[in-house]
Design a protein around this ligand. Sequence first.
Ligand code: KIV
Ligand code: NA
Length: 266
Amino acid sequence: RKPITLHRLREMHAAGERITMLTCYDATFARVLDEAGVECLLVGDSLGMVLQGRPSTLPVSLDEVAYHTECVARGNRSAWLIADMPFGCYQESKEQALRSAVRLMRAGAQMVKIEGGGWTPETVRFLVDRGVPVCAHLGLTPQSVHALGGYRIQGRDEDGAATLRRHAAELADAGAAMLVLELIPSTLASEVTRALPQLMTIGIGAGPECAGQVLVLQDMLGLTRGKLPRFVRNFMQGAGSIDEAIRTYVQDVKNGRFPDPQLHGY
Ligand code: KIV
Ligand code: NA
């Protein structure tokens, strides 16, 4: 496969082909996911929970994300590589955000992801103008878990939905190329996706009508213990290998079999 570029992702999106993304934190899985045809690898700050056993993403440092980004970059051949900007490394100022983004780009990231709306478009514009592609993230933004009062669905009431629509439009105007929509009603995600065709929406617990989908790798491989959110599907069920599970995820996102509106939507 030829290297996935932002241009290629936009072509896919324009042609109505769904974009597949999974989290990835190491070289071995980077190679596996890349070979299975996953277009985007996300070095998520979910590594705080998945790899470090922490209760939230809040303690994850820029050094740690940079380290895992280097590991993934070494294993990856052609996938588009996105790194999360961890809590505290971009909120202070747009200059601080650029310094942190530069660190992650040097580690091999091709795009950085920042959480939140309202105050973020200024930062997004600053980064995009300086050559850093940006993925935004709205809905349930785990770095704000204490402010949000837990891991709960967002944008359910009309006020919340209107705010999310406005924040998404502002981020699109600021030049964000992608937008992760986490744990929001499927109808709201669908509206945002249709209203802002310049923004590739990537859903996680946001229904089947986003431009693409993302899951946490260890969740979709059935490795995560404890209560999982409803939007997760265990792709190892019925698969003979990890490679087959990943290929099934790619196929099922592409042909609209995942997520299922009833089983995985809100
Ligand atoms: O950190 C992460 O894994 C994420 C995805 C769930 C979108 O931000
Ligand atoms: Na994250």
